[in-house]
Design a protein around this ligand. Sequence first.
Ligand code: GLA
Length: 377
Amino acid sequence: MIDISILQQFFAIHFGGEGTPYFAPGRINLIGEHTDYNGGFVFPGAVTQGISAVINPNGTDTVNLHAIDLKQDCSFNIMDEEGPAATHFRYVYGVVRELLAAGVKVQGFDAVYGGDVPLGVGMSSSAALESCFDFALCDLFGGSLDRMTLARIGQATEHKYVGVKCGIMDQFASMHGRAGLLMRLDCRSGEYQYFPWHPHGYRLLLINSCVKHELVGSPYNERRASCERVAALAGVETLRDCTWDMLETLKPQLAETDYRRARYVLGEVDRVLAVSDTLQRDDYEEVGRQMYLTHEGLSRDYEVSCPELDFLVDEARRLGVSGARLMGGGFGGCTINLVRNELYDSFLTELQQTYRSRFGVDCQPIPVTIGDGARKL
Ligand code: GLA
């Protein structure tokens, strides 16, 4: 988390006085990728990195924002039908509009914000931004929406104002995270359980490929459309309700890519359940094995990987890491690695060397700790 006193200094310079501080985190996901919009399971946890904001109602209808990371300002009227053009500011605009539509009496405010969750690496910096403002504005303007409703407002913001037809995982995790606990969310029913994450003898490590991941305007929505086509043909609401038998029966009618994408999703729903059982037995080698299987599916069947991510996962396997896979939407970003403690240093050193000699750029380690969800500081 960035130092709030820095945000307050910027606030004093830009607007005068002080704002109320809020924070919302990014997330990791142990397993369950591209399952959320298919009604399946996900297994995320919030991280300690995220977006912080200091906010003060200003008694007008105008929102004034200063983003310290971008060194950019933006102002809009809360009744403006169009909103700002820059995607970055549309997240905040969308949240304001959706909260108003949900009955929260949002008025104008001044805000300074920034964060330490890396952008575009698959750790949900955009969900952290939405959740931070979502939570803060509901709190500041007397709303009484629960955390799941706030998460859905963040998701609606992505859909309607940014154009990414994402699932609920990222906003859910940012809102519901708890230190030291992962969450298994059933995206069909909305039910969730917390699972302690104390992998004795292992550490989680993210490796940023430094290939910029951008879901806006990406083939992310095409993947979702494939899944929806198969579900419609199978006569079910989402692929969660499509069985292996149904998929095989439909196979002759399906485009080859749609069939492979659906095959990945059915397999991934099964893998999340397998990992839940495995965690009860503290069998982290088996968790890791399932992570590798996920990566194979994401790369070959779902086709959301890239040469850099495949290389990072292949190298992890070669160097004896228990599990590795691309994390988040894909098309770049980072891998998540489950590494035995004794291997950690040598793995990282060797991986950084081989990555540099293969691609001519550095990959970056991002250590993660499982932290709490959106909150007032
Ligand atoms: C992005 C989306 C999520 C989810 C993941 C893939 O992070 O925002 O809803 O679909 O990709 O699991």
